[in-house]
Design a protein. Structure first.
Length: 168
């Protein structure tokens, strides 16, 4: 697609590790995976009684490993940088109406950014039904219905997907 305005590139100066949610998301995923793997292995070897301590160890180990992995990927996805990018570029997108402000679309872009942080590597089409159901809460004070917000959420999601698909 050709757009009349050129896209601007946003930058964000911050400390490595300042991503607000990446560590928490990684910890949750890692804890669940670690609990399943380590807990199941120890539980199978030592029986039911040892399975609970094995699961506890798995949660701790998996949480640390998952937090580090999630934070590493998540650090590259900085919501502040993305917000700046979209605030400077939203009006060049074909779905934005001429009388709309960035505040009308900000929740939709944020929804796409947050969704990618939770679902890295998955396509937008895979998670779109879930995002549609979540929109009523995520929209905040936005007047956009999901049909009008979806293109902006897809735009934000696909921007991140295309940037990081080779890193997954």
């Amino acid at each position: 697609m050709a757009y009349e305005k050129k896209m601007k590139v946003a930058t964000h100066e911050g400390e490595y590790g300042d991503h607000p949610i990446a560590g928490a998301v990684g910890a949750a995923v890692g804890a669940a995976a670690g609990a399943a793997v380590v807990g199941a292995a120890q539980g199978a070897m030592l029986g039911t009684v040892a399975g609970l301590p094995g699961m506890a160890a798995g949660v701790a180990i998996g949480g640390v490993v998952g937090a580090l992995a999630g934070k590493g990927v998540g650090q590259e996805i900085n919501p502040t940088t993305e917000d700046i990018y979209w605030s400077e570029n939203y009006d060049s997108r074909p779905y934005v109406t001429t009388d709309a402000s960035y505040d009308d679309y900000r929740p939709a872009y944020r929804h796409g950014i947050d969704a990618y942080s939770r679902n890295p590597g998955r396509s937008f089409d895979e998670i779109e039904p879930q995002l549609g159901r979540e929109w009523e809460v995520a929209r905040g004070s936005s007047n956009l219905g999901w049909d009008n917000a979806k293109p902006a959420s897809r735009d934000a999601y696909d921007r991140l997907y295309n940037q990081y698909k080779d890193k997954m």
